[in-house]
Design a protein around this ligand. Sequence first.
Ligand SMILES: Cc1cc2nc3c(=O)[nH]c(=O)nc-3n(C[C@H](O)[C@H](O)[C@H](O)COP(=O)(O)O)c2cc1C
Length: 212
Amino acid sequence: MDLLEQLQWRYAVKLFDGSNSTSNEVIETLVAAAHLSPSAAGLQPYKLVLVQNRELLGRLAEHSMMNKDKINSADGLFVFAIYRQLSLETFSTHISQMIAQGLIPPVPESEVPIRYQRFMTRLPRDEDLQAWAHKQAYLALGTLLTTCAILGVDACPMEGFEAASYDELLGLAGQSLTSSVILAFGTRSPADPGQHKKKYRRSRDQFLLHFP
Ligand SMILES: Cc1cc2nc3c(=O)[nH]c(=O)nc-3n(C[C@H](O)[C@H](O)[C@H](O)COP(=O)(O)O)c2cc1C
């Protein structure tokens, strides 16, 4: 496998072939890769939602702006859903699990709320916390996109959808979660003209500022 060749091969697919041919094994690998994505302080402030149910995909497609056909023709859809708030409870659970696995030295229980406060004061407003959580979710999106390319799975990352409708249809609103970004996967349709277009990127000189 040549990594750059695979990254050239991939593109944001506009129409899938509806063949439902992505195997469960491959889908499991995609989930595992997203799960392994790093995040700031290892807090993973998001959940990954996997939708394969056709009826639900159809309903989500109705709330997906210009992306309706992509979702209806895909084998499945990943939705990254971020936590709206980072509670002391979530934070403490995370710290105790890290300690249990020997990843950080034990912290006295009374110290945990202090560490939480210290973390939160770096993100003083709810919007800042959400912006931070979105960044972590996008990083996992990148991990997933690259994994798709390596495995030869076609995909389209999308911001064009109504987050509030997704939250409602997926029952996220009640879990203090909100959808951040989505990725449809499957097999490119022979009728998708996107596969014949030249990939456009700014030139290397415009892109790279190099201090050798
Ligand atoms: C975060 C993100 C959101 C995107 N949203 C959409 C979208 O809603 N609909 C769409 O057709 N393409 C969407 N794209 C695809 C981009 O337009 C595409 O990745 C970009 O033009 C580069 O082309 P390539 O991915 O085919 O190489 C999105 C890409 C990213 C990374």
